[in-house]
Design a binder for this molecule. Structure first.
Ligand code: YSA
Length: 349
């Protein structure tokens, strides 16, 4: 038996060795551009020559199959290795040529990789949310495309109420029978209603997000702005709680030395309503006030509409303008810088 096996193996090895020789010789003469074609010819899944060889294992006489299969598999592996080595060698050679021909000066220092960072408004938004997080407020979210029912009616701004003019609206749907229902939210306050629909008191929540208004832009107004809504509803909440929370927010955001002021303001969904402003140094060495938020005690009707007993529960709410806070933090005198995609401006933060 022994001489017969030897003679089969020799025959198999001879034919496979001939193939190997041919494959390696052509590979040696193939440049980078031809490597894929060489691969297809020899190792291609459908009709590569080695693939066909492997497929022919089943046609070999039974006692030759094992040896033939092993040798064909070894050939396949060897050719794959040889191909990888050839690719590497060609790449290396190409780099060496570039380096020695002067196209690449390998003595130059490396180019710094640009490091990404958050937009200053996003940084400020995150910092605001973190401050309220430390004070026990959790974060909720609401939709930017909103129903008028939440944006206006739910916060006591019915149709034809003059307060709707305060938030000149970008409507999304067409007017039907003199009515429109879907809009880009003009403020984050609709989330007061959405939160109270889902949650029972005690409530302490902040809702960050983009808002949109049809408004002419100037140094302190953009048509797209970011707000953080705050809402606290519980037994015994008073105006002094609102002031305490907002003072603490201002202290953490702007430091001890910054002055803040509250003055009365009107929002249909609060009673009483206030605005808070922070001092801003002017060019002549003085200061002026920049308003950063609206706030107030949640109107009893809003509490009742949510299904809570307003003789038991009271609450406060606020809506902070994030771009204004960012302006005050870094002394940016024009809100329009934020959204002009000027990298020289944005890289400073
Ligand atoms: C009031 C009372 C509450 O109980 C709760 C929330 C509010 C705020 C109310 N929803 C509101 O939007 N009031 S506001 O129109 O005065 O805007 C609030 C803050 O957003 C402003 O103080 C300002 O900082 C910012 N803001 C408003 N319009 C802006 C703007 N920032 C940039 N561009 C605009 N066009």
């Amino acid at each position: 038996m022994a001489p017969i096996i030897l003679s089969i193996m020799t025959a198999t090895t001879n034919s496979i060795e001939t193939l190997r020789k041919e494959a390696l010789e052509t590979l040696e003469q193939t440049g980078e551009a031809g490597l894929d074609q060489w691969r297809a010819e020899w190792l291609g899944r459908q009709d590569g020559r080695v693939t066909l060889l492997l497929r022919s294992v089943r046609d070999q006489p039974p006692d030759e199959r094992a040896a033939f299969g092993a040798a064909a598999n070894a050939l396949k592996n060897d050719l794959e290795d040889a191909l990888n080595q050839r690719r590497e060698a060609l790449k290396k050679k190409q780099l060496e040529t570039l380096a020695t021909s002067g196209a690449i000066d390998v003595t130059l220092p490396g180019r710094p990789q640009p490091v990404g960072r958050f937009h200053p408004v996003t940084q400020t938004l995150r910092d605001i949310v973190a401050v309220f997080g430390e004070m026990g407020f959790r974060v909720a979210e609401g939709p930017e495309v909103e129903w008028a029912k939440y944006n206006f009616d739910g916060v006591r701004i019915p149709e034809d109420h003059p307060a709707r003019d305060m938030w000149d609206t970008i409507w999304v749907d067409k007017e039907i029978g003199g009515r429109r229902d879907m809009l880009l939210r003009t403020h984050t306050s609709p989330n007061q209603v959405r939160v109270m629909e889902r949650q029972q008191p005690p409530i302490r929540v902040v809702v960050p997000g983009k808002c949109y208004r049809q408004e002419a832009t100037d140094a302190t107004h953009e048509w797209m702005l970011t707000q953080v809504e705050g809402l606290a509803v519980d037994e015994g909440i008073r105006m002094s709680d609102l002031k305490g929370v907002l003072y603490e927010f201002a202290r953490r955001m702007f430091g001890q030395d910054r002055h803040i002021t509250f003055h009365h303001s009107y929002f249909p969904f609060v009673e009483p309503g206030v605005e808070m402003a922070v001092d801003w140094p002017t060019a002549d060495g003085g200061t002026r006030w920049v308003e950063i938020l609206g706030a107030g005690m949640v109107h009893p009707e809003v509490i009742e509409n949510a299904g809570f007993d307003s003789s038991r529960y009271t609450g406060f709410a606020f809506g902070i303008g994030v771009e204004r806070v960012a302006m005050l933090r870094w002394g940016i005198d024009d809100i329009r810088h934020f959204y002009q995609n000027n990298l020289r401006f944005l890289r400073q933060f």
